[in-house]
Design a protein around this ligand. Structure first.
Ligand code: FAD
Ligand code: UDP
Length: 386
């Protein structure tokens, strides 16, 4: 008999929230495993050698319209009231992204008011219009706006990020950054937004701090568990049948040794650089939408509120196709009909083992933090009902 009621694989938001719920509400003994030597998954942050708090796996800004998610996370952190604004570097100009009525003014000058009226007449005030929708407009004046936005904001950035044009990727992806028919320069329009005041890792420490939870780091699940799809006693723990629940939040193809082939992902290389000066750039994030090999530069002190610190650290992001080589990390599922069909085969295998799949990798889905926390709260409830 095992000492645990449930084993959760992965200590990111998916794993940590489900573990907390099973332990706190379900009264379970929960083991959380993570192959990394830290908790927090991709939201992990830590001070660099200059004492500046950085996000080790790329910039993470919390934003949500889901009240229960905001309330839930607020149990484990206070918030730094951060207003995230992004600009795109186009030539020697920096223009607000998402493209909005302020951007329109900067780009089209005296013509902008007339164009704004036209956009609002066509789509409505405050509308959020995906670029691929705007591109369909017949009116040549709307077409002119669409062409500018497509060429200067989307085409090259998307080619760098995905290795494909906006038309070739899931439309929901470019739709995340629509043309916004308002003068709101914020990147996100959600009701709640901000940064954990003491950082994400501190939030995770509290989330996982429960007498029913034990965390074991530096441990790949495959070293402790055996999965035998299609058998009646599918999961083995230390050589014995494990009767409890197993929740997996990692890459599902890799758990099964890619037996049907690899699920495609995009990865990123993060290049951090420290500067012995107070400020590097004008905004927390500057997107390079027409030039450079990297997609964006983040300057952390804007995001974390450490603006009183001297010195500053930035990160540049270089996207590439994930190959599964040692040290690479899969960050983004590439959703299309073919890849989603391959994912379904792995999902079937997981279900034959009695595994619960949860998270951005395990569900092969583009989840933001709030969406995965919301999903983890639901999944925990479902598991407790079983
Ligand atoms: P993860 O955080 O990836 O956690 C999975 C964990 O499982 C990892 O720690 C991994 O080590 C572990 N694991 C995997 N396989 C195994 C195994 N076999 N054995 C043991 N452990 C294993 N969301 C926002 O809301 N706002 C943002 O600004 C934002 N920015 C982002 C920027 C980037 C560059 C990326 C890539 C994502 C961003 N996101 C953002 C999304 C956010 O990162 C995810 O929503 C969140 O991290 C998902 O949590 P998760 O638990 O599903 O996955
Ligand atoms: N995008 C773009 N230019 C930008 C910002 C975004 O082309 O300046 C596209 C790009 O394809 C990107 C997608 O919109 O992958 C979604 O952007 P978001 O900022 O939501 O991506 P994230 O970094 O959060 O995954």
């Amino acid at each position: 008999m095992s000492d645990y009621d449930s084993i959760v694989i992965g200590a990111g938001f998916a794993g940590a929230v489900v573990a907390r719920e099973l332990a706190e509400r379900g009264g379970e003994q929960v083991l959380v495993l993570d192959e990394r030597d830290h908790i927090g998954g991709n939201c992990y942050d830590a001070a660099d050698k200059h004492g500046i708090l950085i996000h080790c796996y790329g910039p993470h800004i919390f934003h949500t319209n889901i009240e229960r998610v905001y309330k839930y996370l607020s149990r484990f952190t206070e918030w730094f009231d951060y207003r995230h604004e992004v600009v795109a570097k186009v030539g020697d100009k920096e223009i607000p992204v998402p493209f909005n009525l302020n951007t329109l003014k900067m780009v089209f000058g005296s013509e902008a008011d007339e164009l704004a009226d036209l956009l609002i007449e066509r789509f409505g005030a405050d509308a959020r219009v995906p670029i691929l929708e705007l591109k369909k407009a017949d009116d040549p004046r709307l077409k002119k706006i669409a062409d500018y936005v497509y060429q200067n904001i989307f085409l090259k950035y998307t080619m760098k990020q995905w290795g494909k044009s906006p038309e070739e990727i899931d439309p929901a992806v470019s739709g995340r950054v629509p043309v916004v028919l308002s003068k709101d320069d914020r990147y996100f329009q959600d009701t709640y937004q901000g940064m954990p005041r003491d950082g994400y890792t501190a939030l995770f420490e509290k989330l996982l701090d429960h007498p029913g939870i034990r965390v074991k780091l530096g441990t790949n699940a495959s070293d402790l568990l055996e999965f035998a799809p299609g058998t009646i006693t599918p999961i083995y723990w230390r050589g014995e049948v494990f009767e409890g629940k197993v929740i997996f939040t990692g890459a599902i193809d890799e758990l099964f040794d890619c037996r049907y082939g690899r699920l495609p992902y995009r990865s990123l290389r993060f290049d951090f650089e420290y500067f012995d000066r107070d400020v590097f750039q004008s905004h927390g994030v500057v997107n390079y939408t027409v030039s450079e090999d990297f997609t964006r530069i983040t300057e952390f002190k804007y995001l974390t509120g450490e603006t009183d610190k001297s010195g500053t650290t930035i990160v540049r992001e270089y996207p590439f196709a994930y190959t599964g080589a040692e040290g690479e990390i899969p960050y983004y599922a590439i959703n299309n009909a073919e890849n989603d069909a391959l994912y379904e085969k792995y999902k079937k295998l997981a279900s034959e083992c009695g595994l619960t799949l949860l998270g951005r990798l395990a569900e092969y889905k583009y989840y933001n933090i709030d969406a995965i926390v919301d999903r983890a709260l639901d999944v925990a409830l479902e598991l407790m009902d079983e």
